[in-house]
Write a protein that binds this ligand. Structure first.
Ligand code: NAD
Length: 464
């Protein structure tokens, strides 16, 4: 579709394509998924270059956390889609026999996918895999804050897909606002919870279902039952990846004073093993997306004690991997999602205290526990609520296609990845089929004579 088409006309044209029925066949869906796979492979160099320009991402990191994540999602979906789309038989109550019941997935229609700047390839295209696999037409809205990636998407992606069914709309708040004024059959939004409320309100006007993939403060708990050096490497990798601009990055650490002291030493070693003695000098460490985010993040360092790092450089929007100690729960850095390379360690008296801190906050997108104590692990699972839990590992759960990825409460609504994506972008249609003869339902029709009433009561007693 020509990207200069006015938004209402563009959405109407995409809807026309969906209404034509073309997008429903398994063949069309597989063609789109293969096209998307070709786009990722053939346009990999353009995508890597764009990610370097938008976020100073190293090409290996771009392959690992952006292009590779979508490739694995698309390959898995191509191999499983036929099976996932098979209607699922369910049992029928005896009183309805003979009959058969099944659940079939049907496409919702026209889907709007709005994505953020921090993983601008993955977070635009991983939802697209599910939306196409489910047989929908799609309008994509990349983030204006990753302009180079947005331009690659607008220029090349439609060439690999049915461009009458998939449209890319570039732009910022005005364009998104106009898009949200149109009627969609599902809106999939990834970003912050302030804009999520705008999206949800716009969707409510048309009773459009939404998936909201949001963020928040994902805690890490470390105790003395684990290998602290190994834990520090996992924490540092998840935290400083993409310079901390990851929705599931560890946001802060909870540990006793003794563990905290050992962890700081171990983090110092881990950070220098990842990025060398000076992260400024390596091409493996990212930069902050824009000046506004840089100013917010460096502001969080005021009045804080940096045990590691703490330096920054405004012209390059560089912030050193930083670990803060003696941080209070009411300090500014603990009152917002950090979304940058700053890791505060908050000391707690022990497990109960850590659980209380987590429960007092919003439900996080992810919770990471480094403990070999079975009881502690069980208590985190049963006494806290979060989108996901990682034992001994950060961030990587999102690369498991069988795990639903999403938040709960303030960290989001709904989930996707793998089969769950196809379900998210489908309506689960209930289908009941009963032969007209014998007419067993006749036994429960009015008139409710005493004999029939007693039959109905007997039947219900047997069912209860
Ligand atoms: P962003 O600023 O790029 O915004 C996301 C999208 O919302 C963009 O496409 C933008 O055009 C649109 N938008 C912005 N303002 C709008 C408005 N007023 N009305 C309508 N649309 C508007 O990205 P962001 O929100 O800064 O992203 C960072 C946040 O996203 C963090 O909170 C992070 O945790 C979260 N996040 C969540 C996930 C996840 O998968 N759960 C992934 C990445 C990021």
């Amino acid at each position: 579709m020509d990207s200069s088409t006015a938004i209402p006309d563009l959405v109407a044209a995409v809807r026309g394509r969906f209404d034509s029925g073309r997008t429903r066949s398994l063949r069309w869906r597989l063609e789109q998924l293969r096209g998307l796979r070709d786009f990722l492979v053939e346009r990999g160099p353009e995508l890597e270059k764009a990610l370097r320009s938008d976020l100073a991402k190293n090409p290996s990191e771009s392959q690992l956390t952006e292009i590779g994540v979508v490739l694995s999602e698309v390959t898995h979906t191509i191999s499983q889609l036929r099976a996932w789309l098979r209607p699922r038989r369910v049992g029928v109550p005896l009183a309805l026999a003979p009959a058969s019941a099944s659940v079939m997935l049907e496409p919702l229609g026209v889907v709007l996918i709005i994505s953020p700047w921090n993983y601008p390839v993955q977070l635009l295209l991983a939802p697209l895999v599910g939306a196409l696999a489910a047989g929908n037409a799609v309008v994509l809205k990349p983030s204006e804050l990753a302009p180079a990636t947005s331009a690659v998407m607008a220029r090349f992606l439609p060439r690999y897909l049915d461009d009458r069914a998939v449209a890319v709309v570039e732009g910022a708040v005005d364009e998104t606002t106009e898009l949200l004024a149109q009627r969609f059959d599902h809106i999939f939004y990834t970003g912050n919870s302030r804009v999520a409320r705008i999206v949800a309100q716009a969707a409510a006007k048309n009773l459009t279902p939404v998936t909201l993939e949001l963020g928040g403060k994902s805690p890490v708990y470390v105790d003395d039952t684990v290998d602290i050096d190994a834990a520090a490497r996992r924490i540092a990798w998840g935290k400083f990846l993409n310079a901390g601009q990851t929705c599931v990055a560890p946001d802060y650490v909870l540990a006793t004073p003794d563990v905290s002291a050992r962890l700081v030493d171990a983090l110092r070693v881990a950070i220098s093993s990842l990025y060398g003695g000076d992260a400024h000098e390596t091409a493996d460490y990212g930069r902050i997306v824009n000046d506004a985010q840089f100013a917010r993040l460096t502001g969080l360092l005021n009045d804080q004690q940096a045990a590691i790092g703490g330096r920054s450089e405004a012209t390059e929007r560089y912030i050193e991997p930083t670990v803060l100690v003696d941080v209070g729960l009411h300090d500014e850095v603990m009152t917002q999602e950090i979304f940058g390379p700053i890791l505060p360690i908050v000391t707690v008296t022990g497990l109960d205290d850590a659980l209380a801190v987590i429960r007092a906050g919003d439900k996080p997108l992810a919770l990471y526990v480094f403990s070999d104590d079975k009881d502690a692990r069980r208590r985190f699972l049963t006494e806290t609520s979060s989108g996901a839990v990682g034992f001994g590992v950060t961030v990587a759960h999102l690369s498991v296609p069988g795990l639903p990825f999403g938040g709960v409460g303030e960290s989001g609504t709904g989930s996707y990845h793998g089969r769950r994506s196809v379900e998210t972008f489908s309506h689960e249609k209930a289908v009941l089929s009963k032969p007209l003869a014998p007419d067993t339902l006749g036994l429960v029709y009015p008139p409710y004579t005493p004999k029939r009433s007693s039959f109905i009561r007997g039947l219900l007693r047997r069912l209860s």
